[in-house]
Design a protein around this ligand. Structure first.
Ligand SMILES: Nc1nc2c(c(=O)[nH]1)N[C@H]1C(S)=C(S)[C@@H](COP(=O)(O)OP(=O)(O)OC[C@H]3O[C@@H](n4cnc5c(=O)[nH]c(N)nc54)[C@H](O)[C@@H]3O)O[C@H]1N2
Ligand SMILES: Nc1nc2c(c(=O)[nH]1)N[C@H]1C(S)=C(S)[C@@H](COP(=O)(O)OP(=O)(O)OC[C@H]3O[C@@H](n4cnc5c(=O)[nH]c(N)nc54)[C@H](O)[C@@H]3O)O[C@H]1N2
Ligand code: SF4
Ligand SMILES: [Mo]
Length: 668
């Protein structure tokens, strides 16, 4: 008999949806939205629904595997754990614990997925990754400007006169914001989309502004210039609650609107128009993560923040510089779970440059890599280098559900459970402020798959710190939810309702108490000044553009974006999609005209880092000289696109430059 149970989406996504899962004979048969979820209200996307396929897929990894003479052989858990534990012990004795690299990413938003960090801290501290391929530059930028990266609660959008969607592909990546946009538009709010691609949200906009990739900071500077020229700025806010305004004015005086227009490839009157839009308060700005994956990513977000500040749209209902909502993640006691003070040694590589780190590390060299919740062979930039690095170490251990490109390289592959096969609590610090409960729904998991938590507990026991892992799931969760309990929110309440509203600030900075060193919004960052000399916001450029590197732009005239796929969360679904998967190279109309290309033509896309082959699809309204190839595609389907991308870090060192990428293209 079928039953319907509440559960939650585990995927790394803005929306963090509530689910209704239909169960039959201990099997997940269907996934739908939970109509009672206050934000997601019964609507979910195809990636969520496909978790049923992921769970029941015949391609699931069923047994621990060991590579012997280049071939995988199934082995028992006992053997796998004993051999991995023995290696970890030997490495610790011979080289020290930092000879182990823990490579991880964001594949699953479960709180208990962080237990791997507890393991490595108790082991003694390994080489960890810092920064983020995803959102690192922008978060750091907002820390400098405001003191934290906070967003308005989703329903505050009903207070906005105007909404600017700035480089966020909401119809694809943040579907509940898209739903809200449809609603507020009906109520009369105006919608502006700034994006090089004419994506599905641009289609419903009152105006779509196409821009040269990577030029948004400069473009924001142009809008600020117009606001100031027209006297549309919020002078009382600037005078009382900001620091460093004269530095900003000096910066803007050094560049003309015409120069900005030429570089951003947007007409000057668009900047004038947007100056009026920002002054017609409240105007809400929703930044995406795409626009900060450039060398100048931090400065881009800082200039957009500055625009929101100068126009007086900070701390007011319906306004905001909405980028991430870090206060959601900050609601939990992660240090209790991960025990950072247990590590004795520590070394860090940036997540972007993990391959370089592996290849050049000495004292000690990297002897072992353990991959959890990540697929670096497809997702990390400069994949040729990543493959070289990951192939170079003595022992590579990958914990995954499927035989990914990364898993194929491994010496040991450990099969893990999917979301419905274990209990966890899911949250996302990207959009809304609700935390969801995910019960264990399937009692008999396929093959010998085990949860990540079980694997770490077993290894801890074998390495002599099992006592640090002697807790039940309930105890682990209570440990991490302790700060909520103090506010009257318990795990029992969460289990009962399926979701809980976190006690976070709904209109950030409404009290004008910024958590920067000056207590003000900082156009010039005192926090950054303490760390480096990059305190002042600048009109920084991407690394790969005709303005910053004309020779390169001559050789590689097209900007390559590699945005997130519609039907997969990154690399997670490609192998499960029906039909033949073809690598689609989407190109702006002018490229097709210049090169005489037509839909369906086969092309080669290349730069100094690598090449990719695929099939042309012409985008009639994309910004000239722009190309897109969706990211995440596996090697066997023609990927990964990261063969073309650069591992450089962004200006503030914490973000990627995945979209800061020039290429050339030819018909084959
Ligand atoms: N379907 C789907 N949804 C997802 C994911 C997925 O893989 N698939 N992944 C989830 C994750 S982890 C994340 S981080 C989010 C990301 O969510 P988004 O930020 O929405 O997604 P991205 O694909 O990173 O890029 C979004 C947009 O940025 C635009 N863009 C790129 N460069 C520039 C630029 O220089 N200027 C401007 N103005 N726009 C630019 C692109 O054209 C694209 O429309 O999505 C989440 N949701
Ligand atoms: N070119 C380009 N590259 C990009 C991006 C881009 O826009 N363009 N986007 C970047 C962004 S925003 C992000 S967030 C990263 C994402 O990068 P990743 O997090 O590495 O990508 P995913 O494909 O989501 O997941 C990686 C693997 O985790 C496995 N997995 C899923 N659940 C679990 C689990 O519970 N336990 C374990 N052990 N494994 C699990 C999946 O099967 C999958 O193989 O990619 C980045 N890379
Ligand atoms: S992937 Fe995102 S939108 Fe889709 S079901 Fe999961 S949380 Fe919701
Ligand atoms: Mo991401």
């Amino acid at each position: 008999m079928a039953t319907i149970v509440k559960a939650a989406c585990p995927l790394n996504c803005w929306d963090s949806c509530g689910f209704h899962v239909t169960m039959e004979h201990d099997r997940v048969v269907k996934i739908e939205g939970d109509p009672d979820h206050p934000i997601t209200k019964g609507k979910i996307c195809g990636r969520g629904r496909m978790l049923e396929t992921r769970t029941n897929a015949p391609e699931r990894l069923l047994h621990p595997l060991k590579k012997v003479n280049g071939q995988f052989e199934p082995i028992s858990w006992d053997q796998a754990l004993a051999e991995i534990a023995a290696k970890l012990t030997e490495i610790k004795q011979k080289y020290g614990t930092t000879a182990v690299l823990h490579s991880h990413d964001y594949a699953n938003n479960g709180i208990l997925k962080n237990i791997d960090q507890r393991f490595f801290n108790c082991y003694g501290g390994v080489t960890e990754l810092y920064g983020s391929l995803c959102w690192g530059s922008g978060i750091e930028a907002q820390k400098w400007d405001f003191g934290n990266a906070l967003s308005h609660e989703p329903n505050d959008i009903y207070n906005s006169n105007n909404i600017i969607i700035w480089g966020r592909n909401v119809a694809r990546t943040n579907i509940h914001l898209y739903e809200k946009l449809l609603e507020v538009k009906k109520r009369g709010a105006k919608l502006y989309v700034i994006d090089p691609l004419y994506n599905a949200v641009a289609k419903i906009a009152d105006e779509h502004i196409t821009i040269k990739p990577g030029m948004d900071g400069i473009f924001a500077a142009g809008i600020i210039k117009e606001i100031l020229r027209l006297g549309l700025d919020d002078r009382p806010f600037i005078e009382e609650f900001t620091y460093g305004f004269t530095d900003l004015v000096k910066l803007l005086d050094g560049v003309s609107l015409e120069e900005i227009s030429k570089m951003a490839e947007v007409p000057t009157d668009v900047m004038t128009k947007l100056a009026h839009v920002y002054a017609d308060k409240p105007t809400a700005t929703f930044m995406g993560l795409g626009l900060q994956r450039y060398k100048n990513g931090g400065n881009t977000i800082r200039l957009i923040d500055a625009l929101v500040a100068v126009s007086g749209n900070i701390g007011i209902p319906g306004g905001g510089a909405n980028y991430a909502n870090i206060q959601v993640g900050q609601s939990f006691a992660f240090a209790e779970l991960t025990l950072p003070n247990r590590r004795k040694n520590h070394r860090q590589f940036s997540i972007m440059k993990q391959a370089e780190g592996i290849l050049t590390a000495n004292d000690p060299e990297i002897k072992m890599i353990v991959v959890t919740c990540g697929n670096p062979l497809t997702q990390v930039p400069d994949s040729t280098m990543v493959e070289k690095a990951f192939s170079s170490v003595e022992t590579l251990v990958v914990i995954d559900q499927f035989m990914t490109d990364t898993a194929k390289l491994a010496d040991y592959v450990l099969p893990t459970t999917t979301a419905f096969e274990e209990e966890d609590v899911y949250y996302s610090s990207m959009y809304h402020h609700y935390v969801n409960y995910g019960p264990k729904l399937v009692s008999k998991v396929p093959g010998e798959a085990k949860s990540d938590l079980w694997i770490w507990t077993q290894l801890a026991t074998r390495l002599g710190f099992g006592a640090d892992f002697a807790f039940s799931r309930e105890e682990w969760l209570n440990m991490t939810l302790k700060p909520l309990k103090e506010k009257g929110l318990t795990l029992e309440m969460l289990k009962e309702k399926g979701t809980l509203e976190l006690p976070v600030v709904k209109i950030p900075w409404h009290d004008r108490k910024f958590t920067t060193p000056s207590g003000k919004f900082e156009f010039t960052s005192l926090f950054a000044q303490e760390q480096s000399d990059s305190a002042q916001v600048t009109l920084a450029l991407p690394d790969e553009s005709k303005w910053s590197n004309p020779q390169l732009a001559e050789k590689y005239p097209y900007s390559l974006l590699t945005i997130h796929p519609l039907r997969s969360n990154h690399s997670q679904n490609y192998h499960l999609l029906s039909g033949q998967i073809k690598l689609k190279v989407e190109i702006a109309k002018n490229i097709a005209e210049d090169l005489g290309l037509h839909d369906g033509d086969d092309v080669r896309v290349w730069n100094d880092r690598g090449e990719i082959k695929g099939t042309i699809s012409i985008l009639s309204a994309a910004h000239p000289n722009t190309i897109n190839i969706d990211e995440g595609i596996w090697r066997r389907f023609g990927g990964p696109v990261n063969q073309l991308t650069s591992s450089r870090e962004s200006d503030n060192g914490l973000g990627s430059t995945l979209y800061d990428c020039l290429v050339n293209l030819e018909k084959i």
